[in-house]
Design a protein around this ligand. Structure first.
Ligand code: ADP
Ligand code: MG
Length: 373
């Protein structure tokens, strides 16, 4: 039986009227900093949606900032990690701290991107030896990725990269990958072929390559939090394209209110009330294309190379560290509702909402306690 530690204060209901007001304020701020247009990946302010990967993009462009006014947060937004990034500081008006937080996204893109030729991961994937000493943060994230690959029995697999690169979800005229290339790429997938020992990564197969799109944004959010907390910030929201991490509570002591996006819609299906916790969503409705009337999304089944088709439209995970929330959202999506809920019920303080294709919702144990009443 899973227990929830209410004394920790990490999860709490209440303050709904004040909460509703807050979500509107945040919504307005996000729209303003998007220049009045909806971003591709962030929906409403701190709504979490299915986001994107860590493909190299036009990082660092379009930085938009606000001055802090009264109780409103100091907000910085930019496009990085192939998605829209927003950091909101509620108890600091220090622009330098905000800029430093946003700058971390570019720093980490240069480590974790699978597509940027200068990145540490790209170099590792294009290695010439089977054993490589790597950046310690890269080694750590690969190790955590291998942990979740094992935990899921390979439904989540960070060596999906050869398959992933055959799918182009941004193409103007999308098409399905060539069958022959897909089956060749599938032969290269297998997390068992990678080992991490401290900062050394060893590959048993020269053709193995790694994609950290399912886990890196969570790690980066955790590092941004650490950076902010070290500088005295006690109240903030980090939103990396729907990968949300809240620091503490609002300065008035009330909890943060986060809307979970209804798939293929701009509305919210559930509103949760939380503090000092991460909320991350994986789903079929952000990075996808439609071909011959069928949805092809970006979470790929290592068994056949095609997007998972298991009746799940989206999974939102709530847990303390963003790296775990991010990895678990993709893992639980991959496992499907039944096995995903079984897994979450076995992990202390990890909670999940599963939206199924009939738009019904399933919850892991304790999850319903998070919903705003
Ligand atoms: P996002 O990061 O886009 O919000 P996810 O965290 O669910 O969404 O990660 C999806 C990304 O994970 C894909 O874009 C791809 O880079 C990678 N990926 C796809 N299929 C798998 C899989 N079976 N196991 C691990 N990673 C995957
Ligand atoms: Mg993920």
């Amino acid at each position: 039986m899973k227990e929830k530690n209410n004394n920790s204060g990490s999860i709490k209901n209440g303050g709904v009227i004040a909460a509703a007001a807050l979500i509107i304020i945040i919504f307005a701020a996000a729209l303003f900093f998007n220049g009045g247009k909806k971003g591709n990946n962030i929906s409403e302010g701190v709504s979490t949606n299915a986001g994107s990967g860590t493909d190299r993009s036009e990082s660092g462009k379009n930085v938009k900032k606000s001055g802090k006014k009264g109780n409103e947060p100091l907000v910085g937004s930019e496009f990085a990690l192939d998605t829209a990034i927003t950091v909101m500081l509620y108890d600091s008006d220090n622009q330098e701290i905000l800029d430093g937080a946003l700058a971390l996204c570019s720093k980490y893109e240069n480590i974790f991107s699978a597509t940027f030729p200068e990145s540490e991961l790209y170099k590792l994937n294009h290695r010439t030896t089977q054993t490589v000493k790597v950046d310690s943060e890269l080694a750590y994230v690969i190790d955590r990725g291998l942990y979740y690959s094992k935990l899921s029995g390979g439904a989540f697999d960070i060596t999906i990269e050869p398959v992933k690169k055959l799918w182009d979800f941004k193409a103007e005229k999308p098409s399905l990958p060539d069958e022959g290339k897909l089956s060749e790429a599938l032969g290269k997938v297998g997390y068992e072929n990678v080992e991490v020992n401290q900062d050394t990564v060893t590959f048993k197969d020269p053709d193995t390559s790694i994609d950290l799109g399912a886990i890196a944004k969570g790690y980066i959010a955790d590092r941004i939090k650490e950076y902010l907390v070290e500088r005295g910030v006690k109240s903030a929201i980090i939103n990396l394209g729907g990968n949300v991490l809240c620091i503490g509570r609002k300065p008035n002591g009330s909890d943060f209110v986060i809307g979970l996006q209804r798939p293929f819609s701009e509305s919210v299906f559930e509103t949760i009330v939380v503090n000092d916790i991460s909320v991350v969503t994986s789903g079929v409705y952000e990075r996808y294309f439609t071909y011959n009337g069928k949805n092809y999304h970006h979470i790929l089944n290592p068994a056949d190379g095609y997007p998972y088709d298991n009746g799940v439209l989206g999974v939102s995970i709530v847990c303390k560290n963003s790296i775990d929330a991010d990895a678990l959202s993709t893992t639980c999506f991959s496992l499907g509702a039944e096995k995903g809920i079984e897994l979450l019920d076995s992990i202390p303080d990890a909670y999940g909402f599963f939206i199924l294709d009939d738009y019904s919702i399933k919850y892991s144990k304790g999850t319903e306690d998070l919903i705003a009443k």
